[in-house]
Write a protein that binds this ligand. Structure first.
Ligand code: SF4
Ligand code: SF4
Length: 308
């Protein structure tokens, strides 16, 4: 695999517990990377030829000084840096300026801001997003807005937003949101993964346990056990269970080759079936080295792991 970017899941902990979260972020969730671990993975990313590292989660700004130090380390190693944050810290524009200024000085290439909690109708989170956008503009910090609901709070600021409503029904989203009118796809039509290219992934996530995740909860080794460059050059999707089935024919092929009949007549999307099957495989003790880490299956943080 030729990885361009590594996304560091700095922590699974978050100030929110959004229904659409596919890593089961919550205030109770466990699992946070140390500065030493972050620096080590940054060094591995540089050695493996990556161009960029993202700091995300959960909510990475919960570990603000650690993330800032790790971002400095990444810049010193010649890597571009991105951060994804939910803006919980932007109580005012002045506050947001203080939080963001060190990242602007560092030359961060992409600061992605969200008010994900507005999906659950939190006005306060929309105001925080607006404060953060204004501050980033003042600091000339390259910034994008990720939005799940309607981005009303920043509509008059002329900010380009992600496509509203672009939910992937995995993780907590599969459990909490995949219901009713959203269930329109028969399982036999879910024959490809629309979001990840397992034949040659250009990006991967690294969790706090070192798991190298091709999709959240689908791991191709552990960077704490084998360096990223080695994992990357040895990567062969056809040798990895779950990965090879999804590559061959999406979640439907995973169901077929695993001998698991889908539990529903209709699904919300490919991820919905994929996540159901992966949960059932884990419950049966199958492919636990690939189907990791636990956090991505709702273990800890108030999640209930169960096949849906
Ligand atoms: S979607 Fe984002 S803001 Fe919401 S719980 Fe997950 S990590 Fe936190
Ligand atoms: S279909 Fe499966 S592998 Fe593909 S993005 Fe969805 S959950 Fe991940």
């Amino acid at each position: 695999m030729h990885l361009e970017a590594i996304h560091l899941l700095v922590t699974y902990r978050c100030t929110y517990a959004c229904e659409h979260c596919f890593v089961w972020g919550s205030p109770e969730q466990e699992g946070t990377m140390t500065l030493a671990q972050l620096r080590a993975v940054v060094d591995q990313a540089a050695a493996a030829g990556c161009a960029m590292v993202y700091f995300e989660g959960g909510e990475p700004m919960l570990a603000y000084p650690v993330v800032l130090a790790a971002a400095r380390h990444a810049r010193a190693a010649g890597l571009d840096v991105g951060v994804v944050s939910n803006c919980f810290w932007a109580e005012s524009v002045d506050d947001a300026l203080v939080w963001l200024a060190p990242f602007a000085e560092l030359g961060v290439a992409d600061f992605a801001l969200s008010s994900y909690a507005c999906f659950t109708e939190s006005l306060a989170s929309e105001i925080r997003l607006r404060n953060a956008v204004i501050a980033a503009r003042q600091l000339e910090l390259p910034m994008a807005v990720l939005e799940v609901g309607a981005p009303a709070a920043v509509a008059d600021l002329g900010v380009a937003c992600g496509e509203p409503g672009a939910i992937m029904f995995k993780g907590r989203a599969a459990q909490e949101l995949a219901c009713g009118e959203l269930l329109r796809r028969p399982p036999e039509t879910l024959t490809s993964c629309p979001y990840e290219d397992f034949s040659d992934p250009g990006r991967a996530h690294v969790g706090c346990d070192g798991s190298l995740q091709l999709c959240q909860g689908i791991s191709a080794g552990n960077v704490f056990e084998q360096p990223l460059a080695g994992l990357s050059s040895a990567y062969d999707p056809l040798t990895l269970p779950v990965v090879r089935e999804i590559l061959a024919g999406g979640p439907w092929e995973l169901a077929r080759r695993s001998g698991l009949a889908p539990l529903r007549a209709l699904y919300a999307d490919e991820c919905h079936l994929c996540y159901e099957l992966r949960g059932r495989l884990r419950a049966a003790g199958r492919h636990l080295d690939v189907l990791a880490p636990d956090q991505c299956y709702g273990v800890g943080g108030g999640g209930v792991e169960e096949p849906r």
